[in-house]
Design a protein around this ligand. Structure first.
Ligand SMILES: [Zn+2]
Length: 156
C-alpha cells in the first residue's frame, strides 16, 4: 500500500480554521484591532503592526479568482504519491485585496485555467476528523474547459 496522506496538525493559531473546515466552512483569521484578514496568521499584524492581533476567525464566502497555478507532477511527500499529478491554484479571495490561498483545483491536472477565472472553495473529507479546503471552477458558461488527454493517454 501507499503511504497515507499527511493530516493537519492544528495548533493554537489554526485549530479554529480546521474546526470550521470540518463543517465545510472557510474561516480565516482577522486582526481584532484592524479587521485585516491575515492568512496565514502572523504574530504581528502585517496591516496595522500590532503585536497582539488576537485573531478571531470569521467565515468567508470562499469565492475568489485565479492569480496563478502550477501542476504538481512529483510528490515531495510520500503520502501524496498517489495523487500526482494535480493542479494547485493560487487564488485571491474576494474579501480583501491580496488575500491569497493556495489549494488544489479539483477538476484535475488537465484543466485549462486562466488568470481571473472565478473559483469557489470546496472541501475534501480526508478522514474522520479533517476536511481540506480545495477549489473548484465557478464559471458557468465556460464549463467544459478540459483539454484532451496527455500524449501518453493518461488523464489522472
Ligand atoms: Zn491589524
Amino acid at each position: 500500500m501507499t503511504a497515507s496522506r499527511p493530516i493537519p496538525v492544528p495548533d493554537d493559531l489554526s485549530a479554529d480554521y480546521w474546526a470550521a473546515a470540518r463543517r465545510h466552512v472557510l474561516s480565516l483569521p482577522r486582526c481584532s484591532r484592524c479587521d485585516w484578514f491575515a492568512f496565514p496568521p502572523t504574530e504581528t499584524c502585517m496591516h496595522c503592526g500590532t503585536t497582539t492581533p488576537m485573531y478571531r476567525f470569521e467565515p468567508v464566502r470562499g469565492r475568489g479568482s485565479v492569480r496563478s497555478w502550477t501542476v504538481v507532477r512529483n510528490a515531495s511527500l510520500l503520502g501524496f504519491a498517489d495523487r500526482v499529478p494535480y493542479l494547485l491554484v493560487d487564488v485571491e479571495l474576494a474579501e480583501q485585496p491580496g488575500l491569497r490561498m493556495v489549494a488544489q483545483l479539483l477538476e484535475g491536472p488537465e484543466t485549462v485555467v486562466h488568470v481571473d477565472d472565478p473559483v469557489l472553495v470546496t472541501f475534501e473529507d480526508i478522514d474522520e476528523e479533517f476536511s481540506i479546503p480545495a477549489f473548484t471552477l465557478a464559471g458557468g458558461s465556460t464549463a467544459n474547459r478540459t483539454t484532451s488527454p496527455t500524449p501518453d493517454g493518461s488523464i489522472r
